[in-house]
Design a binder for this molecule. Structure first.
Ligand SMILES: [Zn+2]
Length: 240
């Protein structure tokens, strides 16, 4: 399902403003997709999870156009006439897989990340103004939006987002339950979990196997994404 979902979500580029088109492509799973008060989409699996998982629906493209896939062993790229959009459809794919497999969590699909984390900042602002019931149990925000195959991000834009204890525990879970070599990495820049640094104690971002994001040479390591798909089902997210 991971490969098929990824391919179906990357047949076009989806600049900010076209996020609803991506949601229409979601496989017909047995879940309740909801829209929050500021326009982000979310799915709740169980209702007392401490984890918010995040990805974003928009791609870093100023126009909407077709994507022509090229395949090279386990890598997927484009004909270099467009970006691929693995940033962040790799994360979206992973979250749809976790939802389908019933992993407990609050799954957030944000809009307009690529133009300044607009969707997540709006949610954070709304929650600070008037605490939202569906966020009341959250203590961890885990974004699936980092390049490469080995980062558990501890800092974004020079600010600390999670404790070393949390990051090390997550590294241990990933590397013991999957064939990986994740390490803590303080060189994060900016994704939606950054919007929650002052609200929730543990905010991170994980590598999902894409490279050269925002460029026409972007590519996805599908082998990594598929193995990560198996591993995230075994990680004990609640006890981290
Ligand atoms: Zn991204």
């Amino acid at each position: 399902m991971i490969r098929q979902t990824f391919l179906s979500l990357t047949t076009q580029t989806y600049p900010a403003g076209t996020e609803h088109q991506v949601v229409e492509l979601f496989p017909d799973l047995n879940y309740n997709l909801q829209i929050d008060t500021v326009g982000n989409y979310y799915v709740q699996v169980g209702n007392d999870s401490s984890c918010m998982f995040t990805s974003h629906l928009d791609t870093a493209s100023t126009f909407q156009g077709p994507v022509v896939h090229r395949f090279c062993e386990t890598l997927i790229c484009t004909d270099e006439q467009s970006i691929l959009g693995a940033d962040c459809k790799a994360g979206v794919t992973l979250m749809l897989h976790m939802i389908q497999q019933g992993v407990k969590g609050l799954y957030y699909f944000f809009f307009a990340e690529e133009v300044g984390c607009i969707g997540s900042l709006k949610l954070a602002k709304a929650h600070l103004k008037n605490p939202l019931a569906h966020l009341q149990n959250i203590s961890k925000v885990i974004s699936f939006d980092r390049r490469g195959t080995g980062s558990v991000i501890t800092h974004q834009s020079g600010q600390r987002g999670c404790s070393d204890r949390f990051a090390t525990a997550l590294v241990g879970e990933l590397n013991s339950k999957g064939p990986f070599n994740y390490q803590t990495d303080p060189t994060g820049i900016c994704t939606d979990s950054l919007s929650f640094f002052s609200i929730f104690p543990e905010c991170t971002n994980l590598s999902v196997g894409y490279y050269n994001e925002h460029l026409k040479t972007e590519y996805q390591d599908m082998d990594h994404l598929e193995k990560l798909g198996e591993t995230v089902l075994k990680v004990d997210w609640e006890s981290l």
